[in-house]
Design a protein around this ligand. Sequence first.
Ligand SMILES: Cc1ncc(COP(=O)(O)O)c(C=O)c1O
Length: 391
Amino acid sequence: MLANKNKSIYFDNASTTPLDNRVWEEMLPYGNMIFGNPSSLHSYGMEAKESLEGFRAKLAGFIHAQPEEIIFTSGGTEANNLALKGIAFANIHKGKHIIVSAIEHDSILNTCTWLKEQGFYVSYLTVDENGFVDLERLEQLINSQTVLVSVMHVNNEIGTIEPIEEIGKICKERNVFFHTDACQSFGKIPIDVSKQNITLASLNAHKIHGIKGVGALFVKQGTPVTPLLHGGGQEFGLRSTTENLTGIAGFAKAAQLCIDEMEKESKRLAKLQEKLIRELENKFPGFYLNGDKEKRLPNNINFSISGLEGENIRLLLLLDEKGIAVSAGSACSNNDSGKSSSHVLEAIGRDPFQSRGGIRISFGRFTTEEEVERFLDIFESTVSQLNTIYS
Ligand SMILES: Cc1ncc(COP(=O)(O)O)c(C=O)c1O
């Protein structure tokens, strides 16, 4: 438990965000008052169904999709699994080849490992030193057996924004389905599934101040997908189980708030990002940024300090003792005991030592300038505790 939560600084919003009170208030009636099963034929069910379809239409609108193209899931991981396994098995007659980028989230990479065990072929698309996928290489990798390309919209570790419109165009020209994991980008930068030629997109609620355990997969109408869950046939037969209406109500509200506030919030966060990078550069001669400086999410700063890469876990723990939460990579990788370095930093060309040394700061809606300033002071004194060069 945190000793003094009021004084603490939460800079790990890429891993998850605190629930916004406005979202919580929106959810409450769907816990006790509108509690019917949306599949029931009586009034309780009809009332729930009407609400569910309203939330579906709202979310669809935010990404320029049709309501029937939104499949609610338990989160980003399930949406990614449904996209990859669902496309692979439903289109097996066309081919067994899938292309994914080398810097995908574990929920894509580990799904690919499993698919390979089932007899599918997976190619890993390389990225450059800033984390951008190689579009020429993508063209070369697509062959007559390729059914799906999956490239994330924004990388969860380094915040790089991928050229998904160009990828979508290539996939359309080559008649291949295009999936994008938009868990980090949704609500932060615009998504237009039609303009960007996206066939499938994964979204979730807990990265945008909604609740954990809720997400969605956009599936373009007419795309053959095999379900993961079989049962009562909810979600257009693609995801059987009674829908989590309470969570979905919050998801729609959380997305609404992000869309309404996107322009203003992006500018605010970009200013804080710029300030923090500038100050860190000034204070630490060995500072270097991981990921692109321009085409990155305004809430993400992933950096290393030359010579201190081996100390990042110690640094993280010392900061935590002082009430500051930052990350050494993605939160999910912490569950993988065999994984000591970042596959993302490796993919952008960092050596094995540097690949263990990234520090990720991710801002959120409740981040303030005062917190950034306080962080800088505490960070500086903590680094000097570790290393005499900086003391
Ligand atoms: C890019 C990306 N994809 C997928 C996920 C998994 O989402 P969830 O926690 O909702 O399963 C995350 C969250 O860690 C993520 O950052």
